[in-house]
Design a protein. Structure first.
Length: 470
């Protein structure tokens, strides 16, 4: 009986590990528990993203009565640091600390920047609103302090995420990296979902002291999560520590970038990342208004669209991780994601003609799935395009292009909608007119992504055919 019990228990354990999402990312040297602990840095980044783009966006406009244009500028400030992610990644590749670490010092510095920004932010926003005790505060003080707070949090987010992903790549075998990437981004989505629910609940009964508690609580959680993530995660390299005192023979950023650009079509890959990100991001801020104004959906129904989009992305990441870990080409996966986006936005567009919220929700879910495939494919392709000593630079380049393109797409989507509403074309297709133009632009960007990606795919397929592997 004991023998059969042991067999049953072992079978259940093995089955549980087999079907657990991204369990295949674990290896003998890197157990799943270690990867999950490292992924805590993504929880802190997801929390910061929700707080900046979602919760504080609404609080500043509604409760604090800050002009929407000023709010938009503040939220866009973290994007200032996005183009520097490649430089940050390069610095973490070549860093020599007295303790022999490369990645940990940068994650710690990013954590402190994020923590400092959150500590200052609630007071800065109250001064910016000029309410109650801050009614007599100088205008410049609110503007300056809020800008500094948003810049600090943005810089911290970009540093932590870029170097954290590089550290995850360092400790993982090459064949497991697609699953590791998927796990890291699933944790980002989990952090965003949990944070959105928690912040919404805690700020339901709003007052200034509550805002201070919530935002400074986020500062404390940032420290806790990131310290847990990096604790005993990176091995100390004594040789690297000794080299700190020797003449620096590492390539400069310009030299490293030139070397990276001499790789296998990196410029084309970066163009694919930029075009595809814009293609998926143009309508991101317009989904809820579209559902409400065109399809007559309730506020409760439209607020679930973010979860629907995130759920589609989660499935896309999971499926892409499984397929890529079996040897599939990441460029093909990215192109497949862009291809999935075409029928997704077709469904979203036609839902207005059919007046069908169900078709709209299905299109949103499919768009999230395509974005998950595209994001995982481009990130894995970028990681594999660089040698081990340039992983940080490659991930930084991906992050810089992706974050900058996403910010541009969100801004362009909102501006395009307002411009079309103010033009003579505003009533061409009824209330759906401005949205149809934006969705049409997404079609064009995704089609351009496929055109640019085709040589990457064709070259690899041709090379595989010549070598006899297909």
């Amino acid at each position: 009986m004991n023998r059969f019990s042991k067999i049953a228990i072992n079978s259940l354990a093995q089955a549980g590990m087999r079907y657990m999402p991204f369990a295949e990312a674990a290896s003998e040297n890197v157990p799943l528990s270690r990867l999950l602990r490292l992924a805590f840095f993504q929880l802190s980044v997801g929390m910061a993203m929700v707080l900046l783009v979602g919760t504080l966006n609404r609080v500043m406009i509604v409760e604090l009565e800050v002009p929407a244009s000023l709010v938009a500028v503040m939220i866009a400030l973290p994007l200032v640091f996005a183009p520097f992610r490649a430089f940050i990644g390069h610095r973490s590749d070549t860093h020599k600390s007295a303790l022999g670490w490369r990645r940990v010092p940068f994650i710690w510095k990013g954590t402190l920047l994020q923590w400092g920004g959150f500590c200052v932010m609630p007071f800065a926003l109250i001064v910016l609103s000029r309410q109650e005790y801050a009614a007599e505060a100088p205008v410049w003080l609110g503007l300056f302090s809020a800008a500094v707070a948003f810049l600090l949090v943005g810089a911290g987010m970009h540093i932590v995420q870029t170097v954290g992903l590089a550290l995850a790549t360092d400790i993982s075998p090459r064949e497991d990296q697609p699953n590791v990437v998927g796990l890291m981004y699933v944790m980002l989505l989990v952090g965003m979902i949990i944070s959105a629910l928690a912040f919404g609940y805690m700020l339901e009964d709003f007052y200034h002291a509550k805002l201070i508690k919530v935002v400074q609580g986020a500062a404390v959680m940032t420290l806790i999560l990131n310290v847990i993530a990096i604790w005993k995660m990176e091995a100390r390299d004594r040789d690297r520590a000794r080299k700190r005192l020797e003449p620096d023979d590492d390539p400069s950023f310009a030299e490293a970038w030139a070397l990276f650009m001499r790789g296998a079509n990196p410029k084309r890959l970066l163009w694919v990342i930029g075009l595809g990100t814009v293609g998926f991001g143009l309508a991101e801020v317009l989904l809820e208004p579209y559902g409400g104004q065109v399809l007559g959906m309730s506020v409760a129904a439209t607020t679930k669209l973010t979860a629907t989009l995130a759920g589609g992305s989660l499935v896309g990441f999971a499926w892409a991780s499984r397929v890529l870990s079996r040897g599939a080409d990441p460029a093909v996966m990215a192109a497949g994601g862009a291809l999935v986006g075409l029928p997704a936005f077709a469904l979203i567009t036609f839902s207005a003609t059919l007046q069908s919220p169900e078709v709209f929700i299905l299109g949103t879910l499919l768009a999230g799935f395509g974005a998950g495939l595209f994001g995982h494919g481009t990130l894995t392709a970028t990681m594999r395009s660089a040698p081990a000593e340039q992983v940080g630079l490659a991930l930084g380049a991906w992050g810089a292009v992706q974050a900058t393109s996403a910010g541009i797409a969100i801004a362009l989507g909102g501006v395009a909608r307002d411009l079309i509403l103010a033009s003579p074309l505003s009533t061409l297709f009824g209330p759906a007119t401005p949205y149809f133009f934006v969705y049409g632009a997404e079609f064009l960007f995704l089609a351009a992504t496929l055109v640019v990606a085709y040589p990457l795919i064709a070259a690899k397929v041709y090379g595989a055919a010549r070598s006899g592997t297909i």
